[in-house]
Design a protein around this ligand. Structure first.
Ligand code: GDP
Ligand code: MG
Length: 635
């Protein structure tokens, strides 16, 4: 089972054209000015990465990386984009989509960023009509990107308008974003190195995997320098432990700042092997100005590193635009990466974006370009093991997939798929409910979202026995269909995480909390329903007498099953209803049929009640109509 931190830690990265308001928006969200360099202050422009943090209402801790928008500083943006879990695309309402808007979105997309929100900012500068136009335009552009379903929030960092709504959307996204694994070797690409008098060398970065603990031995790669962690700061506070998904500053013992620089990696000792030869798969952008030909000089951006090298294309002469291929990168300086790491490729000169790729073999042997054995091996590594393929297929869908969908998506045989599913379910990586498989990681993140919504709901509505299903669905699964949502609920109640009744959903330890007066009132209202038997008060009568509190009591009594709603505004006490039912059944057994008037006299009620009552019994398949008579539904 993948383990996660006690509290959820995620990284948010800004994106967007220069001057569109990224830095000022981060300040409005967090109170932190991320432009820390003197030159940045003077020029009023972000040059290097800036850092801030935000504690979201649900408790998720968000580390924030603010990137420069100017194209001259794209390499800094690329270093900042590593480890981003949630993108915050910032678009100024007075300008709309601009070149670096597109470029940043493309880069985050290539790095397989899954989630994001869009802030349409500077709304104080434009007229509402214009804003609508810009938003329509923006939505159209986003359609072809990973942000196609992202919320667009209208904000002004100047007036503060929309900032709370933006925080709410970010919180929602944070809850459905998978946390990074912590039970794997620690890895932190370094983005800053500096000294603090009396402390020595400090490095900062985004901890992309694992945990760092004060006292741990670590290794700075690719230099291979061993060191010990003296102090850790997370979000500006000293900590004993840092978890993946955090922005971290680490004070290292016995290390000269000149030994290392941005691009180095802080890693668990022995977990990474430095190399200048790396086998990769590469995707060349459809709109790249040229294909990737053999021996092209490229800039590899991986983690926070930028390294120059040549791409030896394997098994072909070139990788065409819009296609994928295999290559071996021969680099001028060593890097330390792991299989599966994503990277961005730029042309050496001019420095245009060419494509992206994944590391297949982090420390490769040099091989001949057309060696078919090597190429087959690399193809297999690129495709992944059957387990990896199935896990990826399932993880990509929020609510899981059916067996036949998995067979289709994974491209494996039915027999093989069955085997793999069995293994993955047995090892706890997949869960199955209502004929659908979902990844445990996805399940955990949805489940924690459901639980947090329920906690909030119970707190805001202590009198209610639980939250209505529809409310939950609209909060976590607006786009999902009812069946998917139901299978999530099935799984959760099977695991004992929630209780699902006909009416509501609640946490197992929740029960409605009434004040003494409220409990007395509930009893009083209940008594009205038992004493008035077959002519009970309408909901509106109760409201007239007791106000809105009376109506809420009715809802509570219905949720508890004490009262039964048979028509809008019309409720019966469950004991009375049971008696009426058996009187009618007995009568019909004896006489075969009865008119409305006969039943009215039989139960001692009036037409006003009896007509809806019989319709209710019809719907429960106890009675049915036959002309103007009622008979028993089951003969
Ligand atoms: P960045 O390059 O995307 O980081 O942009 P900045 O955050 O540095 O902002 C660029 C300029 O836009 C600055 O002069 C800000 O004062 C201004 N600005 C940012 N947000 C707003 C806003 O919501 N309203 C207005 N009127 N100006 C803004
Ligand atoms: Mg800025």
């Amino acid at each position: 089972m993948m383990e996660t931190a006690p509290q959820k830690h995620l990284i948010l990265g800004t994106a967007g054209h220069v001057d569109h308001g990224k830095t000022v928006l981060v300040k409005a969200l967090t109170g932190i000015d991320t432009d820390r360099l003197k030159e940045e202050k003077e020029r009023g422009m972000t040059i290097d990465l800036g850092f801030a943090w935000l504690s979201l209402p649900s408790g998720v801790l968000l580390g924030i990386v603010d990137v420069p928008g100017h194209e001259k500083f794209l390499k800094n943006m690329l270093a900042g984009a590593t480890g981003v879990d949630i993108a915050l695309l910032v678009v100024a309402a007075d300008e709309g989509v601009m070149p670096q808007t597109r470029e940043h979105v493309q880069i985050l997309d290539l790095l397989e960023t899954k989630q994001g929100a869009v802030a349409l900012t500077k709304i104080d500068l434009v007229e509402p009509d214009w804003l609508d136009l810009i938003e329509t335009d923006l939505r159209r552009y986003l359609q072809s990107t990973f942000l196609r379903d992202a919320p667009i929030v209208r904000v002004s960092a100047l007036t503060g308008e929309g900032i709370p709504a933006l925080i709410e959307e970010l919180d929602r996204l944070a809850q459905s974003t998978h946390p990074r694994p912590i039970d794997v070797p620690a890895r932190m690409p370094i983005d800053r190195v500096f000294t603090i008098t009396g402390f020595g060398t400090v490095v900062t970065g985004t901890l992309v995997a694992g945990t760092l603990v004060v006292g741990d031995l670590v290794e700075v790669m690719p230099q291979g320098i061993e060191s010990r962690i003296r102090h850790i700061q997370v979000h500006g506070k000293p900590q004993k432990t840092a978890y993946a998904g955090s922005r971290v500053a680490v004070n290292l013992a016995g290390l000269e700042p000149t030994d290392i620089s941005r691009g180095s990696v802080l890693a668990a000792p022995g977990s990474l092997v430095p190399s200048t030869v790396v086998d990769v798969s590469i995707f060349v952008l459809p709109d790249s100005s040229r294909p990737l030909t053999n021996r092209t000089r490229v800039r590899l951006h991986i983690g926070t590193a930028e390294v120059i090298g040549r791409a030896m294309v394997l098994g072909a002469d070139r990788i065409e635009c819009g296609t994928q291929g295999l290559a071996q990168l021969r680099l001028e300086k060593a890097i330390a990466t792991a299989r599966g790491d994503s990277f961005i490729l730029r042309l050496y000169s001019p420095m245009e974006l060419m494509g992206s790729g994944q590391v297949l073999v982090p420390n490769a042997q040099k091989h001949r370009r057309m060696d078919s054995i090597v190429i087959d091996q690399l193809k297999q590594i690129a495709a992944g093991s059957p387990e990896e393929i199935v896990l990826k297929a399932v993880s990509d869908s929020l609510f899981g997939l059916s067996f036949s969908d998995i067979v289709k998506k994974a491209g494996l045989s039915e027999n093989q798929t069955t085997d793999v599913l069995q293994r993955l379910t047995a090892s706890g990586q997949l869960k199955m409910a209502d004929g659908k498989y979902s990844s445990s990681a996805t399940y955990e993140s949805l489940a924690s979202q459901v639980k947090s919504i329920l906690r909030d709901y119970h707190e805001a509505n202590p009198m209610r026995s639980g939250a209505p299903k529809e409310l939950l669905k609209s909060r976590i699964a607006r786009s999902a269909d009812q069946k998917d949502f139901q299978s999530l609920l099935t799984l959760m109640s099977r695991e004992g995480e929630i209780v699902v009744t006909d009416q509501v959903i609640r946490l197992p330890d929740h029960s409605p909390k009434l004040t003494k007066e409220q409990a007395t009132l509930a009893k009083e209202i209940e008594n009205l329903y038992t004493s008035n038997r077959a002519q009970p008060p309408l909901a509106s009568d109760i409201e007239q007498q007791y106000g809105t509190l009376g109506r809420r009591m009715l809802e509570l009594l219905v949720e508890q099953g004490v009262l039964v709603k048979i028509a809008p505004e019309m409720l019966f006490h469950r004991d009375v209803l049971r008696e009426i039912e058996s009187v009618i059944i007995d009568y019909l057994k004896e006489h075969g049929q009865a008119t409305v008037a006969e039943i009215r006299d039989l139960v001692g009620s009036s037409r006003k009640y009896v007509v809806p009552l019989l319709e209710y019994l019809d719907s429960k398949r106890i009675t049915r109509r036959k002309g103007d008579q009622r008979v028993l539904a089951k003969g």
